[in-house]
Design a protein. Structure first.
Length: 134
């Protein structure tokens, strides 16, 4: 068998696949609108579902920003669970609403600690998601 004949079966497999790419130029605004409508789906999947089968819900993907650090997310969840932060913030907001929030050194320290905890959680989340602060 010559080289030409050995190539032929492989070349015909590519054509048998039956799919071909389609390109579409979009303005930045159009692309942003399309990405928003796709809500995390790959754009090709979203467009195909809208054109050919709108009754079927396409599978969602994890999106374009996969988790970079699962350990950091686990650490953050542990902090949230053990901190009672939401309970404490709710109590402080209620006291402030009725004018019963004394600004003594203990209260100021508690507020500063809560702010530091939130800032630390933000850093951990951003690191875990691979996001850099501007």
């Amino acid at each position: 068998m010559s080289h030409r004949n050995s190539f032929r079966p492989h070349a015909s497999l590519r054509n048998a696949k039956g799919s071909s790419p389609f390109s579409l130029r979009l303005s930045e605004a159009e692309r942003a609108r399309l990405e928003q409508a796709a809500a995390g789906l790959p754009l090709g999947t979203y467009i195909r579902s809208r054109i050919f089968d709108s009754k079927t819900n396409p599978h969602r993907t994890r999106g374009k920003a996969p988790v970079q650090d699962h350990k950091a997310l686990a650490q953050l969840l542990g902090m949230l669970g053990s901190s009672r932060l939401s309970d404490s913030m709710n109590e402080l907001a209620g006291a402030a609403r009725v004018g019963a929030l004394p600004l003594d050194p203990d209260t100021v320290a508690s507020l500063q600690n809560a702010c530091a905890d939130v800032a630390r959680m933000k850093r951990l989340l951003m690191d875990a998601l691979g996001i850099r602060e501007r």
